[in-house]
Write a protein that binds this ligand. Structure first.
Ligand code: 5GP
Length: 174
């Protein structure tokens, strides 16, 4: 792999789309508080930008899941590395994810969080790759749908690298 990602979505396009999602979320939850659950590590950049566009009282929680290791194909196993610290019972939970691919990660997470009896639970995702979807997943707030290709940047990694890129890109095989 060479360090020459091709730009798929540039900084301004992402910023504008996140502003639209933030406005929609603000509208949908008007007059209510939400608990945002940021799925680490990949969603941290998206989540940081998204919460700044939501004009509501927010409590922020982090959860860390991994399914990939250092490979670019899903292992199908979802491991919880870190759990949220606050209670979500009776709360409006908005899970913020980087990308839904097979959907197994989010399905596992939703099952886990549902058992803690939130009042409502919705999903915001930066990206969605519909081609490999295996689970029953509804994305309430989606920034971009993409083809089945491995993307990096804006929080997303390849072997823990490229997260710092301000755009979403595709790695070209060198
Ligand atoms: P799923 O369980 O939906 O198959 O996979 C979700 C997780 O796999 C994401 O949270 C992300 O960590 C990882 N993933 C899936 N596709 C990609 C991709 O194209 N690029 C990167 N960097 N990670 C991906």
């Amino acid at each position: 792999m060479d360090y020459h990602p091709e730009v798929l979505f540039d900084e301004l396009t992402i910023k504008n789309r996140i502003a639209e999602l933030g406005a929609q979320i603000t509208h949908d939850y008007a007059g209510q508080e939400i608990v945002v659950v940021c799925v680490l590590k990949g969603a941290f950049v998206f989540c940081a930008d998204l919460i700044k566009e939501i004009n509501l009282p927010i409590r922020l929680e982090f959860i860390s899941l991994s399914s990939y290791g250092d490979k670019t194909a899903s292992s199908g196993e979802v491991k919880k590395n870190l759990d949220i610290t606050g209670k979500i019972r009776g709360e409006n939970v908005l899970v913020v994810e980087d990308i839904v691919d097979t959907g197994l990660t989010i399905e596992t997470l939703f099952r886990d969080l549902s058992s803690r009896e939130p009042r409502t639970m919705k999903l915001a995702s930066l990206l969605f790759k519909p081609e490999k979807l295996k689970a029953d997943v509804d994305i309430d707030y989606l920034a971009f749908e993409i083809e089945d290709q491995f993307v990096i940047g804006f929080g997303l990694d390849y072997a823990q690298r490229y997260r710092e890129l301000p755009y979403i890109g595709v790695l070209n095989q060198a």
